[in-house]
Write a protein that binds this ligand. Structure first.
Ligand SMILES: Nc1nc2c(ncn2[C@@H]2O[C@H](COP(=O)(O)OP(=O)(O)OP(=O)(O)O)[C@@H](O)[C@H]2O)c(=O)[nH]1
Ligand SMILES: C=C(OP(=O)(O)O)C(=O)O
Length: 210
């Protein structure tokens, strides 16, 4: 297999992100500050696990949010400024273009920022199963996508959004299905958060949901 992946992790501004989780951090009170802290914790736990996965050579967060930018920069994670109001796939294409200009980057991928139970070994196993193929991992519902991996030297060509698992399959990507539950458990709803908690939450998310 070729050198490791550089993964792009896109995140909306905190006041817009994960709207279906509003109230999950404060027993239904729906305070914006508690929500922002939860979304930040989920993203930090996701990236922390991804950085420790063999096969991951680097991570770049794409966001326009100043709080997230400060938190990731403090953790030693590179942050690229988002394309204003252009949407998720545009943010990913922007990250892809920037990364592929760099000599050290051979393979690019996209990882969702809402995987608070992610275990490094699960991500490493999926990367290993991808081999040199364009590949994707569907979420636990089978409709969304948690990880998209480009072929060596090729553009990412992201097709995230409703029904993205089908869209990525139709784009020629190989489906990655294996014993990596933590990579498939993205959290859009409180039911997803309960499922992630059963797998074991990262420390920052656990502290925000206890
Ligand atoms: N950088 C960036 N990230 C985005 C953008 N749109 C969505 N994302 C991120 O992509 C992931 C999936 O996005 P969505 O499912 O559309 O949105 P969401 O944050 O889950 O929010 P809700 O649908 O409101 O619950 C989340 O991590 C988002 O923060 C964008 O325009 N720019
Ligand atoms: C945008 C996506 O994520 P979510 O399931 O969080 O909406 C997707 O899976 O393509």
């Amino acid at each position: 297999m070729s050198a490791g992946f550089h993964l792009i992790v896109p995140i909306k501004p905190l006041h817009l992100a994960k709207s279906r989780l509003l109230g999950a951090a404060d027993r239904g009170a729906r305070q914006p500050a508690a929500h922002a802290d939860l979304v930040t914790a989920v993203a930090l736990d996701t990236v922390s696990a991804a950085r420790r996965a063999p096969g991951v050579a680097g991570i770049v967060v794409v966001t326009s949010d100043p709080t997230l930018t400060e938190a990731f920069t403090a953790d030693g994670v590179e942050v690229l400024a988002d394309v204003p109001a252009a949407g998720l796939n545009a943010a990913l294409r922007h990250g892809d273009t920037q990364l592929r200009r760099r000599a050290a980057v051979s393979r690019v991928g996209a990882l969702q920022a809402d995987l608070p139970a992610l275990r490094p070994g699960d991500l490493a196993a999926a990367i290993n199963a991808a081999g040199d193929d364009r590949s994707f991992c569907p979420d636990r519902h089978g409709t969304g996508t948690t990880l998209l991996l480009a072929e060596p030297g090729r553009p990412l060509d992201p097709r995230f959004g409703p029904g993205s698992a089908d869209a990525h399959a139709e784009s020629g990507a190989k489906v990655l299905l294996g014993a990596w539950d933590s990579l498939r458990c993205d959290v859009d709803t409180e039911a997803d958060l309960t499922a992630a908690a059963a797998l074991g939450l990262g420390p920052r998310t656990a502290a925000r949901t206890s």
